[in-house]
Design a protein around this ligand. Sequence first.
Ligand code: ITT
Ligand code: NA
Length: 199
Amino acid sequence: KRLILATRNANKVTELRAILAAASLDFELVGADAYPEIPDVKETGVTFAENALLKAHALARATGLPAIADDSGLCVDVLGGAPGIFSARWSGRHGDDRANLELLLAQLADIADEHRGAHFACAAALALPDGTERVVEGRLRGTLRHRPAGAGGFGYDPILQPEGETRTCAELTAEEKNAISHRGQAFRELVPVVRELLA
Ligand code: ITT
Ligand code: NA
């Protein structure tokens, strides 16, 4: 039994493999890189859920296999939820984590600690070749540091300090991050749905 991971983000693939392995899902997880001929879908949705569904449906349709996708990002309170769905290309360079983080820190330079609330959001979608779809969401709430700290994780992890933590997400172990993260929550909730629909 095979399940396509409809993402080209290597950091997501690493986290998803660990999260889904812990759930002992009885599927072989095949990365989208196994299908280089399938073009990337345009993320034209206006929500994480819409974009996650677009990505899952595109791979499911093209491969004839069930597909799961992640759309995620950082939502900053004082920016009205931005970067949000634009998190991967906030600086204008898609996937340039360092440039995206530097730009965001510059935009927040004058914002005091008590106004630096933010959350990571993740929509986890499952699509079947027949068009069946499900989507669930997870969130991780925290505050944004003034300077990056830590070498783990990816994206905005070095600046988000989860509620109740003294460390940033990039200072947590992979296991610690997955246990509380938006992605961990969303995909653990998706697992029983996968089991039910693909039994
Ligand atoms: P795919 O569409 O192929 O999955 P992508 O990197 O373009 O890959 P998204 O559009 O969902 O994916 O963008 C996700 C961005 O949100 C990512 O580049 C990070 O900047 C940020 N992000 C998401 N999850 C994160 C996490 O766990 N820690 C830190 N930053 C995260
Ligand atoms: Na996106």
